[in-house]
Design a binder for this molecule. Structure first.
Ligand code: ADP
Ligand code: MG
Length: 702
């Protein structure tokens, strides 16, 4: 295939050359001219307004002025040398300062010639100046098709050192558009650009780098964001359609003694309506003849474990092996204990396998898995090791999904020649926009109702000075038979962190709650599994009234008698983590409390986090706030598993509507033309292939 002009290597673009090309490659992953054109500005600044020098105030953001350089002087010694220029208009004089590139500036800028100076004014030894301003010649400025909106690109330090600035990039964009603009073909089918009135690609690229008006800038952004999101959706959904066609799922059609026996004799409480609905949705999948790939979202305490168990019993009724994979040993053990208790009397062969299982046990378990004797195995990552071989694995349940990487999930998938049904459960509610992209090929079920009788948890934010009041309150709760969690941020390697860590906390709490009256259990990540277990058991059995821990208890732990969750240095935690932690209480019938302790010094974002926690306990609402605060890449739940693509322009926190539109259009198209074989869709196929290079590995998800 002949290279299209847009795929020309960047080094051949006039003004680039091999040296800069290397920097573009390594710093910005720009290899071709098209890569450059789709290196979008992160903002635009308004350069339509000019200030006069007497209007300048050091508190202003970037400003621009027109005037002349009246003199140059250098100050300081060699390495610290700086160039100072006096710059004047009719209203006054300021100083322009350079610490780098002095020689170039002196040789290229002329005295008494009109320039446009752009930069941030600051105050230096009583004088107003602008450090490293951008400088334009007046004529050049006027030549541009100019709406006053100038594109700004993010540039690495290394690029700056090599004199590649935002302005350099902008200039190169212009060259690129001149070179290849005319040859740029459309990347979306006409029937699509027509019906939703999208700006043509060529115009959109021109407008985003060189806006002619605010309105057309917005139209160009809309077009480019739509395209970006549309192709991601098309790719995810196409694979989903294909997989559904290709793979036969095991049919779990039989309901037998396990489920019936459990339902009639052992079910400890009436299922909530949400649990019933979700079980129905899952059963439909299991009987459909297609492989299930479903995400079960349910806030902490919504009763996902019970749902999982009932699905497992259906698996067993159909003579398949089943497994639950949990992210931590503590959680695996807790599942093992609580599920063993729930199914006591059903005669189910259940085992647990974790990293700390003894060699002897491992051997026995492996043999029994291979022979098919074990019906349900609960475990951690240990389950995905190659030595673990099943006889007939039919169902995999992955708890607290976000802790597992994409690859780990797909490994479990391969534990049977015909892939097992997969149910991933998460208590981190994922905003809709994120779920649509991150888990776009999964079907989603939501438990949106808590079991009855739960009193809403009261959340209070205390500054550290209220510690005595806190202790008094804890004493009162404990005297009424309740238990208390106190959670600290992870013990940090760095000694410079000035917040209390668990060790200090333990000391002060031990003083306030002395033995033998009180027993305190401590759990942190650096303890051996056995010690952790012992401490957990103390608390679970009610022998310890206080559990001091790091976030290892974040997920899953279930002690209904615990009614107070104290979170120390709460400002150091992310919203979703705070929400998870709070979910550890409020599981019994007593009024529960979550107390956020923080210092007085709170960043703006930390303040919003505290306020959000106090205001609402709705996990989805909290997740939306989290997404807005942190952006999708940094959200908990996406960090470990990783967002498998990079969005260049669209923002999942802000562009939900465009995403929905893109998804709907992709569904419409695939509904009519499953495999994109129609002539009118050939352009879609071509673009999908091109975009596959961008390392999107959707096949591995689920
Ligand atoms: P999560 O969804 O966070 O995993 P769990 O499955 O641990 O929640 O359930 C939380 C608590 O609610 C457990 O103590 C469980 O026994 C209880 N529970 C679950 N379903 C119900 C129900 N339908 N009615 C009453 N309590 C329930
Ligand atoms: Mg759970």
């Amino acid at each position: 295939m002949e290279t299209e002009p847009k795929d020309t290597e960047i080094k051949f673009l006039p003004g680039v050359g091999p040296k800069r090309a290397e920097l573009f490659n390594s710093e910005l992953q720009i290899n071709t001219i098209m890569d450059l054109l789709t290196f979008f500005p992160y903002k635009h600044i308004d350069r339509s307004k000019f200030y006069t020098i007497n209007e300048i105030d050091p508190n202003l953001a970037n400003i621009q002025i027109i005037g002349k350089i009246t003199s140059f002087r250098t100050e300081g010694e060699k390495s610290k040398m700086r160039l100072v220029a006096k710059f004047s208009d009719e209203t006054g004089t300021i100083e322009l300062l350079w610490f780098q590139g002095v020689k170039w500036i002196k040789e290229n800028l002329k005295l008494n010639k009109e320039y446009i100076v752009f930069g941030k004014p600051s105050n230096y030894s009583g004088k107003i100046n602008i450090v490293h301003p951008e400088i334009d010649e007046v004529e050049m400025h006027e030549q541009k098709e100019f709406a006053g909106l100038q594109a700004v690109y993010s540039i690495s330090e290394k690029m700056k050192k090599n004199f590649i600035t935002s302005k350099t990039i902008n200039k190169l964009q212009q060259t690129a558009l001149q070179k290849i603009g005319a040859s740029l073909g459309e990347t979306l089918p006409n029937y699509l650009t027509g019906t939703i009135k999208l700006m043509p690609l060529r115009t959109a690229l021109k407008e985003i780098h060189f806006p002619t008006s605010l309105k057309s800038l917005q139209q160009s952004q809309f077009r480019l964001k739509f395209e970006e999101l549309f192709y991601i959706q098309l790719q995810i959904l196409k694979q989903k359609y294909q997989r559904a066609q290709k793979l036969n799922g095991f049919r779990f059609t039989h309901i037998g003694d396990y489920l019936n026996g459990f339902y009639k004799n052992l079910l400890p409480f009436e299922l909530t309506n949400a649990q019933k609905r979700v079980i129905k949705e899952i059963r439909a999948d299991l009987g459909s003849g297609k492989q299930m790939n479903r995400l079960l979202q349910g806030d902490v305490g919504s009763g996902k474990t019970l749902v999982a168990l009932m699905i497992i019993l259906i698996g067993l009724d159909n003579n398949f092996q089943t497994c639950i994979m949990a992210p931590t040993e503590i959680l695996a053990k807790q599942h093992f204990a609580s599920i063993s208790k729930l199914i006591d009397g059903l005669n189910i062969n259940i085992e647990i396998l974790t990293g700390s299982s003894k060699t002897k046990d491992r051997k026995r378990i492996n043999e029994k898995l291979q022979s098919g004797e074990i019906q349900l195995i609960i475990g951690t990552h240990a389950l995905i090791e190659d030595t673990v071989i099943f006889s007939n694995l039919g169902l995999v349940i992955i708890d607290e999904q976000h802790r597992f990487g994409v690859e780990q999930r797909s490994k479990l998938w391969q534990k049977n020649a015909n892939p097992p049904h997969v149910l991933v459960m998460t208590a981190t509610p994922i905003p809709r926009t994120l779920a649509m992209t991150l888990y776009g090929d999964l079907d989603v079920s939501v438990i949106d109702e808590l079991p009855p009788g739960r009193k809403p948890i009261t959340t209070i934010h205390f500054f550290d000075s209220k510690r005595l009041r806190l202790f008094a309150f804890l004493k009162k709760e404990i005297s009424e038979g309740r238990q208390v969690y106190v959670v600290y941020p992870l013990i940090q390697e760095s000694e410079t962190m000035d917040y209390k860590d668990l060790e200090d906390g333990f000391e002060s709490i031990s003083r306030a709650f002395p033995a033998p009256e009180y027993t305190i259990a401590v759990v942190h990540g650096k303890m051996k599994a056995e010690e952790k277990d012992k401490a957990m058991q103390l608390f679970i059995k009610g022998q310890a009234q206080i559990m001091i821990s790091t976030t290892v208890i974040e997920v899953g732990v279930d002690v209904p008698n615990a009614s107070v969750m104290v979170i120390e240095s709460a400002e150091k935690f992310g919203l979703s983590q705070l929400h998870q932690l709070r979910g550890r209480v409020g599981r019994g019938t007593e009024q529960s409390y979550c107390i956020l302790m923080s210092s007085y010094k709170l960043s703006k974002e930390a303040k919003i986090r505290m306020e959000t926690m106090v205001r609402t306990s709705d996990g989805f609402e909290i997740a939306e706030v989290d997404l807005k605060l942190r952006g999708p890449g940094d959200m908990e739940g996406t960090q470990q598993s990783g967002i498998p693509f990079n969005l260049k322009l669209a923002n999942l926190a802000k562009d939900g509507q465009i995403l929905q539109l893109a998804r709907n259009k992709a569904i419409d198209i695939l509904d009519k033309d499953n495999l994109l074989e129609n002539e009118e869709n050939s352009i879609l196929n071509k673009e999908l292939k091109l975009r596959k290079r961008q390392k999107i590995n959707w096949g591995a998800i689920s």
